[in-house]
Design a protein around this ligand. Sequence first.
Ligand code: IPE
Ligand code: IPE
Ligand code: MG
Length: 240
Amino acid sequence: MNGEYKIPNHVAIILDGNGRWAKKRGLNRSLGHKAGFENLKKLSKYIFKKGVKVLSVFAFSTENFKRSKEEVDYLMKLFTNNFKQLIDHNSDVKIVFSGRKSNLSNEVLAAMHEVEEATKNHSTYLFNICLNYGGRADIIDATKQIAEDYKEGKITLEDLDEAFFQKYLYNGIPDIDLLIRTSGEIRISNFLLYQSAYAEMYFPSVFFPDFDEKQFDLALLEYTKRDRKFGGIKDDCKNN
Ligand code: IPE
Ligand code: IPE
Ligand code: MG
């Protein structure tokens, strides 16, 4: 608890509605993405300040390559030029990227590498940016790695259980406690499928660039009211 709020360990956000945010203002979709990135910079700091230990965000899905070349190019340039602004040397936030490296340009890969390197010794908070990410691809890639390790005799079939499998997913990301999708869409769109098994879900109607600190507090308030049961009958049954 933090004051009146219960604080989730892992918050995951599907950053949706940048395009509609721009359209509503008569602007090009690109400006919506720019506003979304600016918001992410501020909001991520606030979320960690609240005591959330792990923050995952969906920045670009494997399926987003279906969009126009102009939009994909803009997004990749935005990532390449601005990711380093997420590095905060006064905080202890480790930044990692989850997703397939294939299809990404050397420029964006270099920017991702720079950010990961600069924060690799941080350990209090984890900022997981899902880029060229698909939940199914995550599961397939983990399965392939497990098969390889099995073939090489590094693991046995007896090792394999749910927690063991989860560690093979990109960056071994833990279970999600609170999953937020902005813009009013009520679907997962291939986000962290395995890790969202028992996530509490929250679907505010505001577009991502408008999902500010106040909006996040509302999400926390809603989360605080939820009665988590994990298949049992009361909130703390997971530990019983
Ligand atoms: C989310 O905003 C950002 C990405 C998917 C990269 P959208 O671009 O999906 O915005 P809408 O859904 O078209 O409003
Ligand atoms: C999901 O949003 C992916 C990201 C936010 C990066 P989309 O806007 O791509 O999802 P759909 O197409 O509406 O399901
Ligand atoms: Mg969208």
